[in-house]
Write a protein that binds this ligand. Structure first.
Ligand SMILES: Cc1ncc(COP(=O)(O)O)c(C=O)c1O
Length: 312
């Protein structure tokens, strides 16, 4: 067995198809349908070390999206939501994690290898491990430099873009690699119409004249759970949020502020797009307010949001 990648050092077990298995035993066959055709769905969820102990943030919504993502592919997850909740909570306890990233995945397994999944079984696994700031601690404070990708998002007339299907992420990978190869931290991906869609793994928000704009669900975006959270927090803070906006590429350059949201990226300011400095080139005041509110929320310091936490 080759040496364990740094990310997974310290992980003892995963949950797979109904039982806890040793990390090294969580294996699948190389002729697995999901590997060849991207026929899987997944979630990215975070558990935070809140003032009341470890708690999974908006688990119910992630679970709902997990089941829904399988729908167009007839991928039926052979476990009840309660079973997956119990498995996840138990996994976090067994791994003795206080805060972590959680990755549930379901995919067509090993049987025949025609494109039609036929009798391929649905495999389900859940992993949990510590994962800090996705774009780096510095990114949360000082923002990221991004480029508009030359790759477009899939149109939702070609493939459902509002679901977290594994195969979709080769598009995200192309955009990310292009950005990194050109010296940027992250990409912004336009949709087929040439309007702003989202990041490879983030939704995007724009601030102009004190109001907040984010592309609508028909713009080929994922219905991000952090996006929903940011909209609600911003409205509670008194901001007007246009959550069905169509944003042109040019509007990015003249924005007062831009920020990404996502389970992994949390609330990350964008300080430049295609080398055009956004605002003052630092975390803007609106982004700062929403970001602090977000961390107060997920770390359990805001009252009234108890329904959004599943305590471990
Ligand atoms: C393409 C894409 N858009 C947006 C998001 C943000 O979604 P969420 O806030 O639910 O993590 C993600 C991350 O899962 C993503 O992969």
């Amino acid at each position: 067995m080759s040496e364990r990648p740094e990310m997974f050092q310290g992980v003892d077990e995963l949950w797979m198809d109904g039982e806890f298995v040793d990390f090294d035993d969580a294996q699948i066959h190389v002729l697995t349908h999901g590997l060849h055709y991207g026929s899987g769905v997944f979630e990215g969820v975070r558990c935070y070390d809140t003032v009341d102990g470890p708690a999974i943030f908006r688990w119910e919504e992630h679970l709902e999206r997990f089941y829904e993502s399988g729908k167009p592919y007839d991928l039926e997850i052979p476990f009840e939501p309660e079973e997956l909740t119990e498995a996840t909570v138990e996994l976090i306890r067994r791994e003795e994690l206080e805060s972590c990233y959680i990755r549930p995945i379901a995919f067509y397994g090993y049987d025949s290898l025609g494109v039609s999944p036929g009798d391929c079984p649905t495999k389900v696994a859940i992993g949990a491990w510590p994962w800090g700031a996705y774009l780096g601690e510095d990114a949360l404070e000082n923002g990221v430099d991004v480029m508009v990708s030359s790759w477009r998002k899939h149109a939702s007339s070609q493939i459902p873009t509002n679901m977290k299907t594994t195969g979709l992420y080769v598009n995200s990978m192309l955009a990310t690699e292009e950005a990194k190869g050109n010296g940027y931290t992250e990409a912004i991906v336009l949709n087929k119409e040439g309007n702003v869609a989202e990041g490879p793994g983030e939704n995007i928000f724009l601030v102009r004249d004190g109001e907040i704009y984010t592309p609508g669900l028909a713009e080929s975006i994922l219905d991000g759970i952090t996006r929903r959270t940011a909209i609600e927090l911003a409205e509670d803070l008194g901001y007007t949020v246009h959550d069905e906006a169509t944003i042109s590429r040019g509007e990015l350059y003249t924005a007062d502020e831009l920020f990404f949201t996502g389970t992994a990226a949390e609330v990350t300011p964008i300080r430049s797009v295609d080398d055009n400095v956004i605002g003052e080139g630092t975390k803007g005041p609106v982004t700062d307010e929403i970001q602090s509110q977000f961390f107060d929320l997920v770390e359990g310091r805001l009252d009234g949001y108890d329904d959004w936490f599943t305590y471990v």
